[in-house]
Design a protein around this ligand. Sequence first.
Ligand SMILES: Cc1ncc(COP(=O)(O)O)c(C=O)c1O
Length: 394
Amino acid sequence: MRHLPDFPWDSLVPYRERASSFSASGEADAGGLVDLSVGTPVDPTPAVIREALVAAADAPGYPQTHGTADLREAVATWFHARRGVPDVDPDGVLPTIGSKELVAWLPTLLGIGEGDVVAFPRVAYPTYDVGARLAGATSFAADATTAFGPVTRASAPKLLWLNSPGNPTGKVLGIEHLAKVVDWARRYGVIVASDECYAELDWRDRSAREGVASTPSILDPRVTGGSHEGLLCVYSLSKQSNLAGYRAAFVAGDPRLVREILEVRRHAGMMMPWPVQRAMLAGLADVTHVDEQRARYAARRDLLRPAVEAFGLRVDDSDAGLYLWATAGEDCWSTIGRLADRGILAAPGAFYGSAGAEHVRIALTATDEHIAAAAHRLGGPEAAGGFPPLPVRG
Ligand SMILES: Cc1ncc(COP(=O)(O)O)c(C=O)c1O
């Protein structure tokens, strides 16, 4: 029997009920729950992607597990244009059925197992730990390579997860940090997998390089010194393209590692459906919808952040991604309770590791109306003026 962690979301139910019974005092707010606890996109899937899906609806044959050559080329082109990575080998690209499954199965796919260590950030998306457990490996939470102490090739972790921009923290790792990690990892034969699905949603200025996101990739030549050996970048279109329901993602990097992963996935039938492959290709080729979606989230963030601060929380990191990582310097459940009393459900930082026990994660993935209502309830100075008020119920 495998030991998977408890699914913690059930413990939020009483707070959901408490928030749902919120009755608003002003005309502008219909009351009820504003759910900012999960990061699921709410805006429409762009037409250009939906049309590509429909056009590929006739799919009687099996799709290629490795994806078609044009899809892999499109990923390589995207890396060059949007991430400043000119040297992705299309053979080292593999579509995945969303990135969560890849995160959960990567250790197993790489043959990592009992006695091996899989490391991930101390405050992290829980699936890195799940993946280690599914493989029967040992989980180790670390934010710096020094946390491992003196290691040898035998005792070093087999796989090190990075997540930049981070969920839940919104922290972005810089070139220098990434380069140091890669240097250390290569010395000890550690595979580095970097989960970068929020890279297009970096709220700092875009990089000096035209069109390129400010969040550096693990595959950036300034990090890698020109070789992708031992490195994998995990990416998803769920967030940037409102595509979570399609399950459209990919992994790219070291062609040798990708071949190894591909081999198992072929046998296991882990293949991206053909219509989704075509939809992902269309999504990668279109920049406009990503820019529009980024602008939507930026407006929501501009409204919500000052309101969260006016409520008395300090926002830490949160330079990129879809969350405000906020603290009142108290146990996160107290903050969750106080937010519920304003009709707002957030995620307790404790869900992401004990180092998050005094933070809450507040998502930007809600409609303009709900974000405006949340800002109003929290008492943000500009709250009433930002978006149209929440329609009055009844
Ligand atoms: C850091 C991180 N990685 C991976 C995922 C999974 O994304 P998907 O499975 O939709 O590609 C998420 C989703 O929230 C995430 O936050």
